[in-house]
Design a binder for this molecule. Sequence first.
Ligand SMILES: [Zn+2]
Length: 323
Amino acid sequence: MPKTRSNWILRKSPSLPETVYRGRFAPSPTGPLHFGSLIAAVGSYLEAEYHHGTWLVRMEDLDAPRCTVEAADDILRTLEAFGLHWDEEVIYQSQRTAAYEEALRQLQAIGAVYPCACTRKEIADSALHGIDGQIYPGTCRNGIPAGREGRAWRVRTDDQPIEFDDALQGHISQHLENEIGDFVVKRADGLFAYQLAVVVDDALQNITHVVRGADLLASTPRQIYLQQLLGFATPAYMHLPIVVNERVEKLSKQTLAAPVGTRNPSAALWRALSFLRQEPPAELANGDLPALWQWALANWRAENLAGVKTLVCLPSVMADEFT
Ligand SMILES: [Zn+2]
């Protein structure tokens, strides 16, 4: 068993006092739930249940008009059809602007952020490519050029490494200044960036354990940095493998990932559990949903996924079986 998982295992020990576990599933409602999101939902749900914890759902719907109320409702109906019952009220990021404004004010008050006047094109023309997009060249770090106006707010990064132990992906260390650069917390179009919103909401919802796709692994150090600046606790992280197609592209609307249908949730859940390397018995593939959940809850072993970042799923398989 990987060493990094020990702090999660400990929570099951009966000799220790009951520790609070609060997890969440946080989809972006840009369309119906697809197989990749189902994997994240099932993984985060099973981890929360395994720890007798609370499982919350949060809609990361800041990016209007890509996110719609219809898609959010559709995702919630799909979760229900799968027996993925969440605790507490669903939070919608689109309704939480005041909290993000307050966090930005705090960052401004400690001088952790600065206004940036650069256009997308100016940054593209002068930036180096980092591990997660372009590295901002620092043009506005010491003040906006004369005659220009601040459009976005950026966090000033430094060369101190941000380190954490991911429950599946092991030890992660990142130098934000060199590898990422000063990153945006409020965009030029007035929208708050994902990095700030997720940190504020994880703190508001008292999330202790974040279980999500490995596509967000590289952004975790930015979130930890913001947590430190804002005085928030850092939750434990577990990054599940993401589902990719045979060209190793993440499943998304762009790669035409088929929505997960609700006609036969047992078959889709069985497939999700197989992808999560849980080896569900074949006879449960088309059986009743409660029996499959019972098996999944009794047999959940997250450590089967240790070190796995991607899992290939053929689109034809999904189209045939789930819709
Ligand atoms: Zn700038």
